[in-house]
Design a binder for this molecule. Structure first.
Ligand SMILES: Cc1cc2nc3c(=O)[nH]c(=O)nc-3n(C[C@H](O)[C@H](O)[C@H](O)COP(=O)(O)O)c2cc1C
Length: 356
């Protein structure tokens, strides 16, 4: 597949990728007290050696007292954690890879099953004072600047899956009556728009900023932020104008159309609406199984890439993110490129316990 569209380089601002394949962000909880270990660096380095075009780190949390609900989710603040993140990006660069951290605040959460709790109460749109909001915006911006200063190639903001930024989009959790809430998506967009503007102001015009969004929430798989193309415009255009360069459009299954009367998926609509590059994701290279069920021990078989490449060739999106297949097999990209189809492995849930 050497000459295939999947293996054409991608260029945007200063970011040059050797191919169109992105490692999807995947929480691993292998960073004791928030500090990534050498094993974490090697895990990402193996994906760089395996020729992943762009590696997105697992979600790594900003400097707020309750940004995480688990002890071993990595921090993206504090001297020790940032020092180790520098080791990660150096390891990835030494193997010819490119990487962004995925900057995360979980927002209002239930305590995790481990029973671990952060030092302060969880904060979401309903709880946060205006001062909390401003400090949180500043913490996102600082994390993005730190990513740039540590040498990362780009940064991704996690605005998906029902975590803090997404909680502001969603009327189910954003019940505010000030300028950060309201009956329209334009009103509920304010927090995200201000985060993006603050990030852009810190990192400057040339550093690429990716925003990950989803319609669905972990709290409600059928929820939708935008129910029509017009609402999607009202959602995405202000974010694009605020400074998002690349939209990462999270779906559980990339082939599912977003609206009636068109087979375009979320990344397809986002590209059509904003004119910016987009990343698609969701069960690429796999058949059967759903990533949310992976946490309940469900695996997935190897699947074909025909429908994906049909859409890529048509220009629906620019980049394709692969999650579970790359969690199981660091060499997935190379095998696809060299058409070593027999060697592809699918997803084995046992791999969640280890950094293979
Ligand atoms: C173990 C695991 C952890 C994940 N953690 C994150 C995360 O930290 N941030 C995020 O945006 N998505 C996360 N996801 C979702 C993936 O990025 C991806 O969207 C999802 O797995 C669908 O892609 P796939 O079908 O190729 O696995 C996670 C998925 C898995 C399987």
């Amino acid at each position: 597949m050497n000459n295939h569209a999947l293996f054409q380089p991608f260029q945007f601002k200063g970011l040059t990728l050797k191919n169109r394949i992105v490692m999807a962000p995947m929480t691993r909880q292998k960073s004791p007290d928030g500090v990534p270990t050498e094993d974490v660096a090697k895990y990402y380095q193996r994906r760089a050696e395996g020729e992943v075009g762009l590696i997105l780190s697992e979600g790594t949390v900003i400097n707020r007292p309750a940004s995480s609900n688990e002890k071993d989710v990595p921090h993206f603040h504090g001297e020790k954690s940032l020092h180790q993140w520098q080791a990660v990006i150096q390891a990835v660069h030494s193997a010819g890879g490119k990487m962004a951290p995925q900057i995360w605040h979980m927002g209002k959460m239930k305590p995790s099953s481990s029973g671990w709790l952060p030092k302060a109460a969880f904060e979401g749109p309903a709880e946060m004072t205006l001062e909390d909001i401003q400090n949180t915006i500043n913490a996102y911006a600082q994390a993005a600047l730190d990513a740039k200063n540590l040498g990362f190639d780009t940064v991704e903001l996690h605005g998906a899956h029902g975590y803090l930024i997404d909680q502001f989009f969603w009327p189910g959790m954003n019940t505010r009556t000030d300028r950060f809430g309201g009956n329209t998506i334009a009103a509920r967009n304010t927090f995200a728009v201000e985060v993006v503007k603050a990030v852009r102001a810190k990192v400057g015009a040339d550093f690429p900023v990716i925003l990950r969004l989803s319609q669905w929430k972990q709290q409600d798989y059928n929820a939708k932020v935008a129910t029509t193309p017009k609402e999607m415009e009202e959602w995405l255009l202000p974010l694009s104008e605020a400074g998002v360069d690349i939209f990462h459009c999270s779906q559980r299954r990339f082939w599912e159309p977003e609206f009636a009367d068109s087979d375009l998926n979320f990344a397809g609509w986002a590209k059509k609406i904003t004119g910016k590059p987009t990343i698609t994701v969701g069960s690429i290279g796999l058949s059967g199984g759903d990533f949310l069920n992976s946490f309940r021990g469900q695996g997935a078989e190897v699947g074909g890439l025909e429908e994906l490449t049909r859409r890529l060739d048509r220009g629906d999106f620019d980049l394709v993110a692969v999650g579970r297949a790359l969690l199981t097999d660091s060499q997935w990209v190379k095998k696809v490129k060299e058409a070593r189809t027999d060697e592809l492995k699918g997803f084995n849930p046992a791999d969640l316990a280890v950094l293979t």
